[in-house]
Design a protein around this ligand. Sequence first.
Ligand SMILES: Nc1ncnc2c1ncn2[C@@H]1O[C@H](COP(=O)(O)OP(=O)(O)OP(=O)(O)O)[C@@H](O)[C@H]1O
Length: 841
Amino acid sequence: MVLNRRSLEKLKKIAAPGRGRIITQEEQMRVFVRIKPLPDEEDLSKPKTIRIRNENALIFDPKLDDTPFFFHGVKQNPRDISKRQHKSIKYDFHRVFGPQSINEDIYNESTKDLLDKLLCGYNCSVFVYGATGAGKTFTMLGNEYNYGITYLTMKDLYEKVNEQQDSKIFEIYVSYLEVYNEMVFDLLISDKKPLFLRECGNTTSVAGITIKMVNNVEELIEMLRKGNDNRTQHPTDANAESSRSHALFQVYIKMTYKHTNQVKMAKLSMVDLAGSERASSNKGMRFKEGSNINKSLLALGNCINNLSDGLRHIPYRDSKLTRLLKDSLGGNCKTLMIACVSPALSSYEDTYNTLKYASRAMKIKSNLKENVMSMNLPSAHYKKIISDLENERQVWKTKYEEALMSSVPQPPDNLEDLRSTLESLFAGKTKKHIEILRLESTQKKTEFRIYLKKILLERFSIFNTDNVDEMASEVNRINMAIQQFEGRMASINAQLNVLWDEAVAANNEINVFLKKLEADNVIKFLDVDIIRLKSQVINEELSTLLEHRNEIGVILDSNLHISLELTTMISTQASHYYTLLEALDKNTEEMSKSHNNIIKSFLGGLKEVSWDFSPRNHCKIRRDAFLNVNELSIEHLRESAKPELKRIKLDHYMSPLQIVESKLQQITLQPEVKKKNNFIQINKTDTSPESSVDETVVISTQAASLNNTFVLKQNLDSVSAKNIASTTPHRQKPIIDTRCLTKSITRPGIQKKKLLINNLKTGLACRKLNQENTPLIMAATKTLADPILAKAVTKPRINTTNNNILTTKSVNTRINLQDTNKTVKVKNQKPTLTLRQRNWL
Ligand SMILES: Nc1ncnc2c1ncn2[C@@H]1O[C@H](COP(=O)(O)OP(=O)(O)OP(=O)(O)O)[C@@H](O)[C@H]1O
């Protein structure tokens, strides 16, 4: 629809605030005329069809010059040979460029101004019109010495775009097509097939046209060059390189204002029309081309006529060319026409027609609107943009998904297989561990039996017997049993060695598999399974240990009964003998005293060994060496270290009291005692490979309730135990694992005694026995079935002259030992000795 002048006036309004400002303005089409220079062969003396009056006007077919011509001093009257009546028509244009003008002059005074409008969001069109050979292509494209206005416009456009980069984001797309023989072809692709036009509202779009994004002027020039190569050109009578098609080069600019996010779109169309020519001058194909060119130019002329007359009907549909130029001629577009003419007489008609057209075009008014580009772009353009954006979105989506996949890896397809492999590997490991533990359990039980048998022999040696033969066979039987047990031990050791190898191999297999899982980056998917399987192994081990504990408990129980039976038998017998000796008056005073002491101890004078179950001792209580299977071996197995072949010998085992005794022997007191805050510092002379610097000795009276109680306490915190477990080779670990042990033995009157820890020449410490307490201690020893206890609990002798003697009266301070962290703590005269040992194991 074309708006008449009244309607346009109405549209000159400003939209209400807040709805955006749309300015509609009426613009006259700007028309320029370019007169090309005469060709070299043309006779310059001949009259020309155009005379330039001034910058804005020319006279077509001017009358001959009135300048008088004198011959021999006589004024001559010039004769008009053609006898023709000169038209002498004056035409006004926006600018008339003479033959001397170069393309840059044309650009500077015509299209240059369009750029500002374009970058404000107005559509702009430039089309060159004229007869064939009049210089249209020369004006549009030029040559390498004289660049055409297309190049100059685009060059300036990119410069302006760069200047405005801070405030706007630009996207520039181009399309290039030709209308040849009433068919539309895409010049940006070499594949020539006609494209269809689609009417879309007030605009016409080309279906399937290539719209390319151009980032700089160089890319654009290259694109133009390729497009021109694809353009249909044939030599004609008038032009050796005549363009036989109308070329339409369109630039689409999308501008996004950075601060407001407002988007403006504008289109620049540069149209190089094919030249009109007399159809009669060419034949065949050229004739057909010429008639089609003329047809479309005629349609263009009709449109221009109707537009200039302000008619409502504009026959755009009469040709492909006019359909395409619909929005450039009378719509929302600032349009500029450059009419190219030749001043040569031979082009008289063409020039006349061109000037007529150009003059009429001057009257065309267009209706300019800002921010309307989006309506005027061909739908193909949007489709292209949408498809490009869609492609771009797809590319980014793929990239994003890839990035996501790499950051959050997907579980492998064979996860289930990997899990079942893991399960079977751990099942193999568990099996081996359990076999080892069971065998170790058997080993311990066998060792315990050997121990018990040896105790029998020891006890037997106390007695004098008459029946030597009978006893000898009994002793023999016990020795045979010991031998048998020891033989079994050897076999167990051999089996254990094989099992250790297998267990280590199973563990290595797991480690290799786990490393592979880690390398394949799939271990994270099996983390939970690995933890579950590891804890399953530990659970199995613990239940095996429990079984072992129960079995040892049963053995201990039966032995306790046997011991009780024996005690009853011995006491009955002793009582008989004492009564008999009493009756015979053979008892000495000493014997009576001893007898009384024994009875006293039977009545509770000697307390049982007690165990410290207090929560602060976060450790396991171990009754003896035979109770638990060696857990450290399993810990060590987990570390995949092969144990040494040497097995622990029975006689390396010590009772808990022996251990405490042994440790006490390694402790000596510092000659100089530093007093500080009720504690004293002691030093340790360490000659034992088993002892360590992390030993703490505390002598204290911390438990007032444990009156008359002598407490030996060994403690090892769990962290140290763990460290030791992982660093100490299996075979080098101590014979007994007594992480926490507290024994309390009450001795009447011990508060009056003094503890002597003497540093001997050997460097080892020992304590002197208090002979007075021997019977008492012996009784305790019997109860414990442990003769070495006699050495463990002694009555210390006072020696005030010796600096190495520690008296309970004097030791009221605590002094930390710098290099060993050992502390001796003595608070009053009722000493409780606590020995804390950290890395003894
Ligand atoms: N202003 C000019 N200065 C110098 N040479 C020119 C000028 N204008 C045109 N020519 C020359 O005239 C010849 C024809 O020009 P051009 O091809 O531009 O004509 P045209 O109008 O495009 O013709 P057609 O319509 O047949 O394609 C070319 O050789 C060109 O170099």
